[in-house]
Design a protein around this ligand. Structure first.
Ligand code: NAD
Length: 280
């Protein structure tokens, strides 16, 4: 598969198509990631919260691939925002992943109503981890434009902001804020957790092109320039979702899919302005 690499604002590059492992049960993670690597994925998106970093790490080690050939993202959990906790959690992630560096580390959620609304000191812990060489690139997830603005005083702009985006929720305000400051948008739940696959407009485009609905949606994300990592535990779907570099959507198809946006009503996940869940 020919998977373009996108250059981040710190000079590192990231494969535009990756593989997400949220809700992959920890005992299954090694098998699932092993298969994804066999299919050709070279970018895995995990998180401390997913509790499957060790399976990801074991699969990468067992693959025999050079470490530099696999791009690994993980995320600081919501219960590790205090700088000392964040630093500790980064060490644990390195351990679980069995690696001496993380390609991309994110703050998972801003939690504006927890920790006195202070996610800036958490960001400073990520900056320190990058300076210590534990992490190559640092970014955020679920940051609204106002949250991004609060980071400006640190002088370090996130390399990426990972946010919910799919045809029913195109999240344009957050995408535009990212673009304005040179932060790459990574999209989560790119298929709307499967819910967008049955949209008749997507189905019609897929049928005309002789492609599947998932392939059409992934192509829409790619042609908009975002980084995308659909999740599946089924090998046939891993192959299907990776087979997206042999066709193009026309400008008209892109516009037609853009028109499926339902605004806030299309959001599936929590709203980052109020989400304040901390795992025990
Ligand atoms: P997704 O949009 O990738 O949808 C996954 C679901 O779609 C699968 O469970 C499966 O049911 C279905 N599916 C996948 N491929 C298919 C195919 N070819 N045909 C038919 N059905 C198919 O949902 P997601 O897992 O929520 O998002 C992807 C990744 O984004 C996650 O695994 C995770 O890495 C990341 N994510 C991050 C956050 C965050 O807060 N940062 C939140 C959610 C997800």
């Amino acid at each position: 598969m020919t998977n373009p690499r996108i250059t981040l604002n710190d000079g590192h590059t990231i494969p535009q198509l990756g593989f997400g492992v949220w809700q992959v049960p920890p005992p299954e993670a090694e098998r699932v990631v092993d298969e994804a690597l066999q299919v050709g994925y070279r970018h895995i998106d995990t998180a401390q919260m997913y509790q499957n970093e060790s399976g990801v790490g074991r699969a990468v080690a067992a693959s025999g691939l050079p470490r530099a050939d696999v791009f690994i993202t993980t995320k600081v959990n919501n219960n590790a925002h205090r700088p000392a906790d964040a630093a500790e959690s980064i060490k644990r992630s390195l351990d679980e992943l069995g690696t001496d560096y993380i390609d991309l580390l994110l703050i998972h959620w801003p939690l504006p109503t927890q920790y006195g609304g202070d996610f800036v000191s958490t960001w400073e812990a990520l900056i320190a981890a990058r300076e210590a060489g534990q992490v190559r690139s640092i970014g955020v997830s679920n940051f609204q434009p106002a949250h991004l603005e609060a980071l400006h005083r640190t002088g370090v702009t996130p390399a990426v902001n990972q946010i919910e985006v799919h045809p029913h929720f195109s999240n344009e305000a957050a995408r535009a804020a990212n673009a304005t400051q040179g932060t790459v948008t990574e999209v989560w739940s790119p298929l709307g957790q499967g819910s967008v696959l049955t949209d008749p407009a997507i189905a019609a485009i897929a049928e005309r092109l002789g492609r599947t609905a998932a392939q059409v949606i992934i192509r829409w994300h790619l042609q908009r320039g975002d980084v995308v990592f659909p999740k599946t535990v089924t090998r046939a779907r891993m192959e299907e979702n990776a087979d997206v570099f042999g066709f193009q959507l026309s400008a008209e198809d892109i516009v037609a899919i853009d028109a499926l946006d339902k605004g806030e009503a299309g959001r599936i996940g929590p709203n980052p302005d109020v989400f304040d869940w901390i795992p025990s």
